[in-house]
Write a protein that binds this ligand. Structure first.
Ligand SMILES: Nc1ncnc2c1ncn2[C@@H]1O[C@H](COP(=O)(O)OP(=O)(O)OP(=O)(O)O)[C@@H](O)[C@H]1O
Ligand SMILES: [Mg+2]
Length: 264
């Protein structure tokens, strides 16, 4: 696929955010980043989670990373300088390391901390990238606020399960707060993940979600596929590890759906 660019001077920024853990934020960030790169778009994945799961799934060890997103958030480096190539063409990563725990605890003490990532993303060197994906931790603290302030679109991966729905309310509250205070242009969408066709509750929850949030729930639904777990274990994007799998197909379909937002 030839290299493509979008008609923008700054990258289109998509955050994956939800208060609840295990809803496929990281899985979606990894798969989307690989799919956008596969489309010929230069893409950067930023691991904002102290757990470092995106970093690990891309074959890097968060424990041995000397530089990380923490340096950028603390003002000790810029994104282009900290970025690393991955085994996937057109996909670079800003890894996480243990310093992200310090950032998580102390970031809010800095004045105007909400804008630190947005300012970095708008630097001229970042024009090289068409897309930036932000993998957020399962919490609604300063890292999530900073990510949402820097984003054009926040995708809220949502499981059709009761606890996920509860945490959804809190996550939507953060979106409203960010929109009111630091990023009025923020768009939000919900993505149904880990959907199991065989479970009746999943179908009824999906119906409820679409009824309550008619324009917000994305059309694409990500079904259960164990190939995703395997691909993370093998430290390869799903599009490489199992290129014809159901999960790869669903995430490519999601990429097509999102390209309409990115190009508008
Ligand atoms: N569609 C899917 N089918 C099967 N397994 C999946 C799917 N999506 C994600 N998983 C698995 O579910 C687990 C949780 O996913 P993931 O780590 O992406 O969630 P997360 O929201 O990033 O979690 P955390 O909040 O802890 O960062 C992982 O083991 C992942 O491989
Ligand atoms: Mg994660």
């Amino acid at each position: 696929m030839a290299n493509k660019t979008l008609s923008r001077t700054t990258p289109y920024v998509i955050a994956l955010c939800h208060q609840k853990g295990g809803v496929a934020k990281t899985t979606t960030a990894l798969a989307l980043a690989a799919c956008f790169a596969e489309q010929g778009l230069d893409t950067m994945l930023i691991d904002l989670d102290p757990q470092g799961n995106s970093t690990g799934a891309m074959g890097l060890n968060p424990l041995t990373m000397f530089h990380s997103a923490a340096d950028v958030l603390l003002g000790n480096g810029n994104l282009v300088g900290m970025s690393r190539e991955t085994g996937t063409t057109r996909l670079d990563i800003i890894p996480a390391n243990a310093d992200m725990l310090i950032v998580d605890r102390c970031l809010h003490l800095r004045s105007d901390f909400e804008y630190v990532l947005r300012d970095q993303l708008q630097k001229p060197g970042m024009a090289h990238y068409s897309l930036v994906l932000l993998d957020c931790p399962p919490a609604l603290g300063s890292l999530a606020t900073t990510a949402l302030t820097a984003s054009d679109l926040v995708i809220i991966p949502t499981q059709c399960e009761y606890f996920s729905m509860q945490a959804l309310k809190n996550t939507l509250k953060l979106v409203e707060t960010v929109r009111a205070k630091t990023n009025p242009a923020l768009t939000h969408r919900m993505l149904v993940t880990l959907f199991d066709e065989r479970i009746g509750l999943h179908h009824s929850s999906l119906k409820q979600l679409r009824k309550h949030f008619p324009r917000v729930v994305l059309k694409t639904i990500i079904g259960i596929d164990s190939k995703l777990r395997e691909s993370q274990l093998m430290q390869q994007p799903i599009t490489h590890y199992a290129t014809h799998s159901r999960a790869a197909r669903h995430y490519r379909q999601l990429t097509e759906e999102l390209l309409k937002y990115v190009q508008s």
